[in-house]
Design a binder for this molecule. Structure first.
Ligand code: MN
Ligand code: MN
Length: 286
């Protein structure tokens, strides 16, 4: 009788498996594909500095202490030189540092870096669902004769078949050409004028988040190259991240331009979003 009881207790008291997914963060000091202003190459250093600033603490709003050992690992910055194409430098560095079940957070750089980041994600996971938050659709077939322009990464990603599905949010610069491109590739565009905090998305399969800092209103994030009024408040964007669900393989935080910042407010916002991304990826392993 005692034995049976013990047995039944042990059969229901299963070991709680803690899903332990180390997040690998990689700085990307690259801005040579910027069309208007340089500066995002300086972002990784400034975001690290703001993350460690004693003016705040390391907790994400979910209650996770992001400074706790094992939560994330700083893999340093991608090294660039004239011998190797920028895209290869990025995708190879990701593949050297990120192994399943690691999740990637890439930070810094202009938006051209998302193409090689997605190339690496594709090689690791196959086509992924992408949630792209930006003032701009970045779908130009060709911009100023540069196929790698920061205005074109999502055209390249779609041509290569790296995206299973692309949802764009926060868009407020949709011109005729990019509307045509969105239709051509079946992009789901949620323009800022149509956005509501009630919107939810369900993504089937691996998911990647690409966050361009200029999605946020320039009143909240002046440290970007392209000031496009009418964007998200900091709170709206943080809440959007907190309400997302999915099997996250990675995320990027791009287009922070320290040369345009005022008193480091955008650096602190980038560091805050970085902490929220860590919280969000930790809650959503794949
Ligand atoms: Mn962009
Ligand atoms: Mn943008």
């Amino acid at each position: 009788m005692v034995e049976t009881t013990l047995h039944s207790i042990s059969s229901v008291t299963s070991i709680t498996h803690v899903t332990f997914t180390m997040i690998v963060a990689l700085g990307i000091p690259w801005d040579a594909n910027s069309s208007y202003l340089r500066g995002p190459a300086l972002a990784p250093e400034k975001i690290r500095e703001a993350y460690h600033s004693p003016s705040s603490n390391y907790f994400s709003e979910s209650g996770l202490n992001t400074a706790q050992e094992g939560v994330w690992h700083d893999a340093g910055d991608v090294a660039f030189n004239s011998e190797i194409h920028f895209a290869e430098a990025i995708s190879e560095t990701v593949k050297k540092n990120v192994f399943a079940p690691n999740q990637l957070i890439a930070f810094g750089g202009d938006h051209s870096v998302t193409f090689p980041l997605l190339q690496a994600m594709f090689e690791l996971h196959g086509p992924v669902n992408i949630l792209h938050i930006d003032a701009h659709p970045d779908l130009y077939e060709l911009f100023e004769d540069n196929q790698y322009s920061h205005a074109s990464p999502f055209a390249r990603i779609l041509e290569k078949g790296f995206a299973k599905r692309l949802v764009q949010v926060g868009i407020r610069t949709l011109n005729a050409h990019q509307l045509q491109q969105a239709r051509r590739f079946g992009v789901e565009v949620v323009e800022m004028k149509d956005w509501s905090s009630d919107l939810r998305w369900h993504f089937d399969g691996p998911m990647y988040l690409s966050l361009d800092m200029d999605a946020i209103d320039p009143a909240f994030a002046p440290g970007v190259s392209h000031h496009e009024p009418g964007g998200f408040t900091s709170r709206e964007l943080i809440s959007l991240l907190q309400n997302l669900k999915g099997k996250m393989v990675g995320a990027d935080l791009v287009e922070y331009n320290p040369l345009r910042d005022i008193n480091g407010v955008t650096a602190m916002l980038a560091a805050k979003l970085f902490k929220e991304m860590i919280g969000f990826l930790s809650r959503n392993p794949y």
